[in-house]
Design a protein around this ligand. Structure first.
Ligand code: ZN
Ligand code: ZN
Length: 328
């Protein structure tokens, strides 16, 4: 019991080991508060109001528990320990020893003069309150970054007040994925753009609209990754420097093309076949057309047809080796 009254538990919970160096100066365990911010907030920096629900010393009696220092006296029965050791005679010359809470002070180790007892906290020395504190979250703040608000956490008489630790959770962004100080995005472009050059705009995390293009004549292949320098996140703590933006391209191919267009494209993209291929073409005696793949085309059993049980999900879509040679 004691000063904590009904909150007795909280005392034992609160004493976080202050670390070996601060062994003498006990400090109340810190309170942890989580704040969630967007990736844009992390890019630009932001401020967040943190409401701390905490136990503080009573501000009327300043944590004394009474109107003045004499209101609270150390219990003489237990010498302030709150516990007493009692000897009990079990039989002739036999004693047993037991330690139990002191009756005189009800285990508190001190006795408060009822006349002088603080009316606000009823001698408990503490009260609960709520405080709103604005926490600045700096540019480039990483996910799980921690900010310490010193001494604004819970209090217990005669112990250093606890801190509040603000843990920042950065939400995922739909477009930009963050890794370290870099950003990653995917971009789908048309085949024409892949061949003749890209030219598109993005909206960055600070709202800037930025045009992105490449060197004419440079061809972008499916899955190719390109770097845009300086469009990543600001470096945390050196926020005048920036990471990079990496764009992975997906190419949207046309579904069909007319025969005349095929001829035009063939004229532009014509490639010379290797001599060995030409030999193969000469020797070729059959021509087979390929069509779009369908699950129904599969023979999952060596004996042909399908097995009853569903094929294991990630079964590779085997590209059967013998598929007709192109051009045959
Ligand atoms: Zn008080
Ligand atoms: Zn006592």
């Amino acid at each position: 019991m004691g000063a904590g009254g009904g909150d007795g538990d909280i005392f034992s919970q609160m004493f976080g080991g202050g670390g070996p160096r601060q062994a003498q100066k006990r400090q109340v365990k810190p309170q942890v508060k989580e704040v969630e911010i967007s990736l844009a907030d992390a890019y630009n920096g932001c401020k967040r109001d943190i409401t701390i629900d905490r136990q503080r010393l009573c501000n009327v009696c300043n944590g004394i528990g009474g109107t003045d220092a004499t209101a609270v006296q150390k219990c003489t029965d237990c010498r302030g320990q709150g516990m007493v050791t009692k000897m009990r005679q079990m039989g002739p010359g036999m004693y047993s020893q037991s330690t139990q809470p002191c009756d005189a002070c009800d285990g508190a180790g001190e006795i408060i003069n009822l006349e002088k007892r603080c009316k606000t906290c009823k001698g408990k020395k503490i009260k609960r309150d709520k405080k709103k504190i604005e926490q600045e979250i700096d540019k480039g703040c990483p996910h799980k970054e921690q900010y310490t608000i010193s001494g604004e956490g819970d209090c217990v008489p005669d112990v250093e007040p606890g801190d509040v630790i603000v843990v920042v959770k950065v939400r995922d962004n739909k477009i930009y994925k963050r890794k370290g100080a870099d950003l990653y995005m995917e971009k789908e472009i048309f085949l024409l753009e892949a061949l003749t050059g890209i030219d598109f705009t993005i909206m960055h995390l600070d709202g800037r609209i930025i045009k992105i293009n490449n060197e004419k004549g440079q061809i972008i292949k499916p899955g190719q990754k390109m770097t845009v320098e300086g469009l990543g996140m600001p470096f945390h703590k050196t926020n005048y420097k920036y990471g990079n933006l990496f764009i992975t391209f997906k190419i949207k191919f046309p579904d069909t093309m007319t025969a005349p267009d095929c001829a035009k494209v063939a004229d532009i993209l014509k490639t010379n076949k290797l001599p060995s291929e030409l030999q193969d073409i000469e020797a070729c005696k059959e021509t087979v057309k390929c069509r779009e793949f369908s699950e129904a085309d599969k023979n999952t059993q060596a004996t042909g047809g399908k097995t009853r049980q569903p094929a294991s999900d990630e079964e590779m879509e085997d590209e059967e080796g013998g598929g007709g040679q192109p051009g045959c």
